[in-house]
Design a protein around this ligand. Structure first.
Ligand code: AMP
Ligand code: TRP
Length: 327
Protein backbone atom coordinates (compact mmCIF):
# COMPACT_ATOMS: atom_id res chain seq x y z
CA UNK A 1 0.00 0.00 0.00
CA UNK A 2 1.09 3.53 -0.73
CA UNK A 3 2.73 5.23 2.26
CA UNK A 4 1.89 8.84 3.10
CA UNK A 5 3.82 10.97 5.54
CA UNK A 6 3.21 14.49 6.76
CA UNK A 7 3.57 16.62 9.85
CA UNK A 8 2.88 20.03 11.30
CA UNK A 9 5.15 21.75 13.77
CA UNK A 10 3.61 22.94 17.02
CA UNK A 11 5.12 26.41 16.99
CA UNK A 12 2.02 28.54 17.32
CA UNK A 13 -1.69 28.57 16.78
CA UNK A 14 -2.71 26.75 13.63
CA UNK A 15 -4.09 28.93 10.87
CA UNK A 16 -6.61 28.53 8.13
CA UNK A 17 -3.56 28.23 5.83
CA UNK A 18 -2.42 25.10 7.70
CA UNK A 19 -5.94 23.70 7.46
CA UNK A 20 -6.45 24.34 3.77
CA UNK A 21 -2.89 23.66 2.62
CA UNK A 22 -2.23 20.52 4.66
CA UNK A 23 -4.43 19.32 7.52
CA UNK A 24 -7.71 18.96 5.64
CA UNK A 25 -6.09 16.68 3.03
CA UNK A 26 -4.61 14.04 5.29
CA UNK A 27 -7.88 12.12 5.72
CA UNK A 28 -8.28 11.78 1.94
CA UNK A 29 -5.59 9.11 1.99
CA UNK A 30 -6.71 6.88 4.80
CA UNK A 31 -8.99 4.56 2.84
CA UNK A 32 -6.57 3.52 0.13
CA UNK A 33 -3.13 4.36 1.56
CA UNK A 34 -1.25 4.11 4.80
CA UNK A 35 -0.86 7.58 6.33
CA UNK A 36 1.73 8.40 8.99
CA UNK A 37 0.82 11.79 10.39
CA UNK A 38 2.91 13.30 13.14
CA UNK A 39 3.48 16.32 15.31
CA UNK A 40 6.89 17.78 14.43
CA UNK A 41 7.75 18.77 17.99
CA UNK A 42 11.52 18.48 17.53
CA UNK A 43 11.21 20.90 14.63
CA UNK A 44 9.32 23.29 16.90
CA UNK A 45 12.46 23.68 19.01
CA UNK A 46 14.34 25.26 16.11
CA UNK A 47 13.08 28.67 17.25
CA UNK A 48 12.74 29.74 20.90
CA UNK A 49 9.49 28.52 22.43
CA UNK A 50 8.12 28.33 25.98
CA UNK A 51 7.88 24.72 27.24
CA UNK A 52 4.24 25.09 28.26
CA UNK A 53 3.33 26.56 24.91
CA UNK A 54 5.05 23.74 23.05
CA UNK A 55 3.15 21.18 25.10
CA UNK A 56 -0.19 22.88 24.56
CA UNK A 57 0.40 23.32 20.85
CA UNK A 58 1.36 19.66 20.51
CA UNK A 59 -1.82 18.54 22.22
CA UNK A 60 -3.81 20.92 20.01
CA UNK A 61 -2.38 19.50 16.82
CA UNK A 62 -3.20 15.96 17.96
CA UNK A 63 -6.78 17.10 18.60
CA UNK A 64 -6.91 18.90 15.25
CA UNK A 65 -5.77 15.79 13.42
CA UNK A 66 -8.59 13.82 14.97
CA UNK A 67 -11.13 16.62 14.51
CA UNK A 68 -10.24 16.80 10.82
CA UNK A 69 -11.51 13.26 10.37
CA UNK A 70 -8.33 11.22 10.63
CA UNK A 71 -9.24 7.80 11.99
CA UNK A 72 -6.57 6.36 14.31
CA UNK A 73 -7.52 2.87 13.14
CA UNK A 74 -6.43 3.80 9.63
CA UNK A 75 -3.81 6.49 10.18
CA UNK A 76 -0.81 6.34 12.50
CA UNK A 77 -0.78 9.55 14.52
CA UNK A 78 2.23 10.23 16.73
CA UNK A 79 4.74 12.64 18.23
CA UNK A 80 8.07 12.90 16.43
CA UNK A 81 9.92 12.99 19.76
CA UNK A 82 8.32 9.68 20.82
CA UNK A 83 10.12 7.83 18.02
CA UNK A 84 13.88 7.90 18.70
CA UNK A 85 14.68 6.73 15.17
CA UNK A 86 14.03 10.26 13.83
CA UNK A 87 17.02 11.64 15.74
CA UNK A 88 19.11 8.55 15.05
CA UNK A 89 18.57 8.64 11.31
CA UNK A 90 19.13 12.40 11.39
CA UNK A 91 22.62 11.77 12.75
CA UNK A 92 23.41 9.58 9.76
CA UNK A 93 21.81 11.49 6.90
CA UNK A 94 23.23 14.86 7.96
CA UNK A 95 26.47 13.72 6.36
CA UNK A 96 24.94 13.48 2.90
CA UNK A 97 23.51 16.97 2.64
CA UNK A 98 25.75 19.98 2.23
CA UNK A 99 26.01 23.38 3.86
CA UNK A 100 25.57 25.12 0.52
CA UNK A 101 22.31 23.29 -0.10
CA UNK A 102 20.93 24.11 3.32
CA UNK A 103 21.93 27.75 3.05
CA UNK A 104 19.81 28.08 -0.09
CA UNK A 105 16.57 27.02 1.60
CA UNK A 106 14.00 29.82 1.45
CA UNK A 107 12.56 29.04 4.88
CA UNK A 108 16.00 29.22 6.46
CA UNK A 109 16.79 32.48 4.73
CA UNK A 110 13.47 34.03 5.81
CA UNK A 111 13.77 32.93 9.42
CA UNK A 112 17.48 33.65 9.76
CA UNK A 113 16.98 37.16 8.36
CA UNK A 114 14.86 37.97 11.40
CA UNK A 115 17.56 36.82 13.85
CA UNK A 116 20.97 38.04 14.90
CA UNK A 117 23.79 35.90 13.49
CA UNK A 118 24.65 34.74 17.00
CA UNK A 119 21.07 33.61 17.66
CA UNK A 120 20.63 31.29 14.68
CA UNK A 121 20.52 27.79 16.14
CA UNK A 122 22.19 24.91 14.36
CA UNK A 123 18.83 23.16 14.38
CA UNK A 124 17.24 25.92 12.32
CA UNK A 125 19.96 25.53 9.72
CA UNK A 126 19.72 21.74 9.75
CA UNK A 127 15.90 21.74 9.77
CA UNK A 128 15.56 20.08 6.33
CA UNK A 129 17.94 17.28 7.35
CA UNK A 130 15.64 16.16 10.15
CA UNK A 131 12.69 16.60 7.82
CA UNK A 132 14.35 14.32 5.27
CA UNK A 133 14.90 11.74 8.02
CA UNK A 134 11.18 11.99 8.92
CA UNK A 135 10.18 11.23 5.36
CA UNK A 136 12.67 8.46 4.66
CA UNK A 137 11.93 6.55 7.86
CA UNK A 138 8.44 5.59 6.74
CA UNK A 139 9.32 4.80 3.12
CA UNK A 140 6.89 7.53 2.17
CA UNK A 141 5.71 7.66 -1.42
CA UNK A 142 3.82 10.91 -1.05
CA UNK A 143 4.20 13.90 1.25
CA UNK A 144 1.14 16.17 1.27
CA UNK A 145 2.26 19.70 2.16
CA UNK A 146 1.59 23.34 1.35
CA UNK A 147 3.74 24.97 -1.27
CA UNK A 148 6.28 26.42 1.18
CA UNK A 149 7.44 22.92 2.12
CA UNK A 150 7.98 21.55 -1.38
CA UNK A 151 11.56 22.86 -1.49
CA UNK A 152 12.39 20.77 1.57
CA UNK A 153 10.87 17.67 -0.01
CA UNK A 154 12.95 18.35 -3.14
CA UNK A 155 16.07 18.34 -0.97
CA UNK A 156 14.98 15.04 0.54
CA UNK A 157 14.67 13.63 -2.98
CA UNK A 158 18.21 14.76 -3.67
CA UNK A 159 19.37 12.98 -0.54
CA UNK A 160 17.59 9.77 -1.53
CA UNK A 161 19.16 9.92 -4.97
CA UNK A 162 22.58 10.46 -3.46
CA UNK A 163 22.34 7.65 -0.92
CA UNK A 164 20.78 5.21 -3.36
CA UNK A 165 23.55 5.95 -5.81
CA UNK A 166 26.17 5.31 -3.17
CA UNK A 167 24.67 2.26 -1.44
CA UNK A 168 22.23 0.69 -3.89
CA UNK A 169 18.48 1.21 -3.73
CA UNK A 170 18.03 1.42 0.01
CA UNK A 171 15.54 4.31 0.22
CA UNK A 172 12.10 4.93 -1.27
CA UNK A 173 11.85 8.05 -3.45
CA UNK A 174 9.16 10.39 -2.05
CA UNK A 175 7.33 13.19 -3.79
CA UNK A 176 5.59 16.29 -2.50
CA UNK A 177 1.87 16.54 -3.19
CA UNK A 178 0.67 20.11 -3.14
CA UNK A 179 -3.08 20.83 -3.37
CA UNK A 180 -4.34 22.22 -6.69
CA UNK A 181 -6.25 24.96 -4.87
CA UNK A 182 -5.07 26.45 -1.59
CA UNK A 183 -1.39 25.47 -1.52
CA UNK A 184 -0.59 29.01 -0.46
CA UNK A 185 -3.21 30.94 1.48
CA UNK A 186 -2.26 34.58 1.82
CA UNK A 187 -2.62 37.05 4.68
CA UNK A 188 -6.02 38.77 4.77
CA UNK A 189 -4.47 42.15 5.47
CA UNK A 190 -1.63 41.81 2.97
CA UNK A 191 -2.32 39.36 0.15
CA UNK A 192 1.29 39.58 -1.02
CA UNK A 193 2.36 37.69 2.13
CA UNK A 194 1.72 34.10 3.17
CA UNK A 195 -0.67 33.52 6.04
CA UNK A 196 1.63 32.17 8.74
CA UNK A 197 1.62 31.29 12.41
CA UNK A 198 4.59 33.50 13.11
CA UNK A 199 2.93 36.52 11.55
CA UNK A 200 -0.44 36.90 13.24
CA UNK A 201 -1.72 39.95 11.40
CA UNK A 202 -4.24 38.95 8.79
CA UNK A 203 -4.41 35.39 10.06
CA UNK A 204 -7.43 33.30 10.80
CA UNK A 205 -6.62 30.93 13.65
CA UNK A 206 -8.46 27.64 13.91
CA UNK A 207 -9.29 28.47 17.52
CA UNK A 208 -10.71 31.94 16.75
CA UNK A 209 -14.38 32.15 17.65
CA UNK A 210 -16.80 32.38 14.71
CA UNK A 211 -17.42 36.09 15.31
CA UNK A 212 -13.71 36.90 15.13
CA UNK A 213 -13.34 34.83 11.96
CA UNK A 214 -16.24 36.67 10.34
CA UNK A 215 -14.80 40.02 11.33
CA UNK A 216 -11.45 39.18 9.74
CA UNK A 217 -13.08 38.02 6.51
CA UNK A 218 -15.31 41.09 6.31
CA UNK A 219 -12.26 43.29 6.94
CA UNK A 220 -10.03 41.49 4.43
CA UNK A 221 -8.14 43.73 2.06
CA UNK A 222 -9.77 43.71 -1.34
CA UNK A 223 -8.84 45.31 -4.59
CA UNK A 224 -9.83 47.96 -7.11
CA UNK A 225 -13.05 47.48 -9.04
CA UNK A 226 -16.44 46.81 -7.47
CA UNK A 227 -17.20 43.21 -8.40
CA UNK A 228 -15.71 39.73 -8.16
CA UNK A 229 -13.52 38.50 -11.02
CA UNK A 230 -10.62 36.07 -11.13
CA UNK A 231 -7.36 37.96 -11.52
CA UNK A 232 -4.46 36.83 -9.34
CA UNK A 233 -2.24 39.73 -10.33
CA UNK A 234 -4.64 42.66 -10.29
CA UNK A 235 -6.93 41.27 -7.61
CA UNK A 236 -4.80 39.24 -5.18
CA UNK A 237 -7.16 39.87 -2.24
CA UNK A 238 -10.21 38.60 -4.09
CA UNK A 239 -8.19 35.73 -5.53
CA UNK A 240 -7.23 34.70 -2.00
CA UNK A 241 -10.85 34.80 -0.78
CA UNK A 242 -11.99 32.82 -3.84
CA UNK A 243 -9.28 30.27 -3.06
CA UNK A 244 -10.44 29.99 0.55
CA UNK A 245 -14.04 29.52 -0.54
CA UNK A 246 -13.20 27.00 -3.27
CA UNK A 247 -11.01 24.91 -0.94
CA UNK A 248 -13.58 24.83 1.85
CA UNK A 249 -16.36 23.94 -0.57
CA UNK A 250 -14.26 21.40 -2.48
CA UNK A 251 -14.78 23.07 -5.87
CA UNK A 252 -12.38 24.49 -8.43
CA UNK A 253 -11.35 28.12 -8.51
CA UNK A 254 -13.18 28.52 -11.81
CA UNK A 255 -16.41 27.18 -10.34
CA UNK A 256 -16.11 29.52 -7.36
CA UNK A 257 -15.48 32.48 -9.66
CA UNK A 258 -18.47 31.54 -11.74
CA UNK A 259 -20.66 31.26 -8.64
CA UNK A 260 -19.79 34.80 -7.52
CA UNK A 261 -19.55 36.40 -10.93
CA UNK A 262 -20.69 40.02 -10.65
CA UNK A 263 -21.14 39.90 -6.84
CA UNK A 264 -20.28 43.03 -4.90
CA UNK A 265 -17.39 42.54 -2.47
CA UNK A 266 -19.52 42.84 0.68
CA UNK A 267 -21.96 40.12 -0.39
CA UNK A 268 -19.14 37.89 -1.56
CA UNK A 269 -17.29 38.23 1.74
CA UNK A 270 -20.46 37.35 3.58
CA UNK A 271 -20.71 34.13 1.57
CA UNK A 272 -17.07 33.30 2.39
CA UNK A 273 -17.70 33.92 6.10
CA UNK A 274 -20.83 31.69 5.97
CA UNK A 275 -18.83 28.91 4.35
CA UNK A 276 -16.16 29.25 7.01
CA UNK A 277 -18.84 28.90 9.73
CA UNK A 278 -20.22 25.82 8.01
CA UNK A 279 -16.83 24.07 8.10
CA UNK A 280 -15.24 25.51 11.23
CA UNK A 281 -18.08 25.37 13.77
CA UNK A 282 -18.44 21.56 13.68
CA UNK A 283 -14.64 21.20 13.43
CA UNK A 284 -14.22 23.29 16.57
CA UNK A 285 -16.90 21.30 18.36
CA UNK A 286 -15.06 18.04 17.62
CA UNK A 287 -11.79 19.58 18.76
CA UNK A 288 -13.36 20.68 22.07
CA UNK A 289 -14.74 17.21 22.70
CA UNK A 290 -11.39 15.56 22.01
CA UNK A 291 -9.46 17.92 24.27
CA UNK A 292 -12.09 17.55 26.98
CA UNK A 293 -12.04 13.74 26.88
CA UNK A 294 -8.26 13.47 26.61
CA UNK A 295 -8.74 10.72 24.01
CA UNK A 296 -5.78 12.03 22.00
CA UNK A 297 -3.36 10.66 24.61
CA UNK A 298 -4.10 7.04 23.89
CA UNK A 299 -4.07 7.74 20.17
CA UNK A 300 -0.56 9.18 20.46
CA UNK A 301 0.67 6.30 22.61
CA UNK A 302 -0.65 3.66 20.20
CA UNK A 303 0.57 5.68 17.23
CA UNK A 304 4.10 5.84 18.61
CA UNK A 305 4.20 2.07 19.07
CA UNK A 306 3.25 1.47 15.48
CA UNK A 307 5.53 4.21 14.16
CA UNK A 308 8.50 2.83 16.12
CA UNK A 309 8.04 -0.60 14.54
CA UNK A 310 8.14 0.80 11.03
CA UNK A 311 10.87 3.38 11.67
CA UNK A 312 13.21 0.94 13.42
CA UNK A 313 13.23 -1.32 10.37
CA UNK A 314 14.26 1.48 8.05
CA UNK A 315 16.86 2.73 10.48
CA UNK A 316 18.36 -0.75 10.68
CA UNK A 317 18.45 -0.98 6.89
CA UNK A 318 20.33 2.32 6.63
CA UNK A 319 22.71 1.48 9.47
CA UNK A 320 23.69 -1.71 7.72
CA UNK A 321 24.03 -0.08 4.33
CA UNK A 322 26.39 2.65 5.53
CA UNK A 323 28.56 0.17 7.41
CA UNK A 324 27.57 0.49 11.04
CA UNK A 325 28.07 -2.81 12.78
CA UNK A 326 24.67 -4.10 13.77
CA UNK A 327 24.94 -6.97 16.23
P1 AMP B 1 3.89 24.70 9.50
O1 AMP B 1 2.94 25.67 10.08
O2 AMP B 1 5.06 25.39 8.90
O3 AMP B 1 4.22 23.55 10.38
O4 AMP B 1 3.11 24.09 8.27
C1 AMP B 1 2.29 22.96 8.34
C2 AMP B 1 1.71 22.68 6.97
O5 AMP B 1 0.81 23.73 6.61
C3 AMP B 1 2.76 22.59 5.86
O6 AMP B 1 2.39 21.57 4.96
C4 AMP B 1 2.66 23.94 5.22
O7 AMP B 1 3.07 23.92 3.87
C5 AMP B 1 1.18 24.26 5.34
N1 AMP B 1 0.93 25.71 5.33
C6 AMP B 1 1.43 26.61 6.21
N2 AMP B 1 1.01 27.87 5.90
C7 AMP B 1 0.25 27.74 4.78
C8 AMP B 1 -0.46 28.69 3.95
N3 AMP B 1 -0.48 29.99 4.21
N4 AMP B 1 -1.14 28.19 2.88
C9 AMP B 1 -1.14 26.87 2.60
N5 AMP B 1 -0.49 25.95 3.33
C10 AMP B 1 0.20 26.36 4.41
N1 TRP C 1 8.52 21.35 7.95
C1 TRP C 1 7.12 21.11 8.01
C2 TRP C 1 6.42 22.45 8.21
O1 TRP C 1 6.95 23.37 8.73
C3 TRP C 1 6.76 20.16 9.12
C4 TRP C 1 7.42 18.86 8.85
C5 TRP C 1 8.47 18.33 9.55
C6 TRP C 1 7.10 17.95 7.80
N2 TRP C 1 8.80 17.14 9.00
C7 TRP C 1 8.01 16.87 7.94
C8 TRP C 1 6.15 17.96 6.79
C9 TRP C 1 7.99 15.80 7.06
C10 TRP C 1 6.15 16.87 5.91
C11 TRP C 1 7.03 15.82 6.04
O2 TRP C 1 5.34 22.55 7.83
Amino acid sequence: MKRILSGIKPTGQLTLGNYIGALSHFKEYQDDSEPFIFIADLHALTLPIEPEELRKNSRDIAAFYLASGLDPKKATIFLQSAVPAHAELNAIVQNYLYMGELRRMTQFKDKAAKLKETAIGLGLFAYPVLMAADIILYDADEVPVGEDQSQHVELCRELVKRMNHRYGDILRMPKAVVPKVGARIMSLTDPSKKMSKSDPKGDIFLLDDPKAMRKKIMGAKTDMGPTVTLDPLEKPGIHNLLTIYASLDGISLEEATHRFDGYRYGDFKKAVADKLDEVMIPFRKRYDEIVESGSYREVLRDGAKRAIEVAEKTLRRVQEAVGLLVV
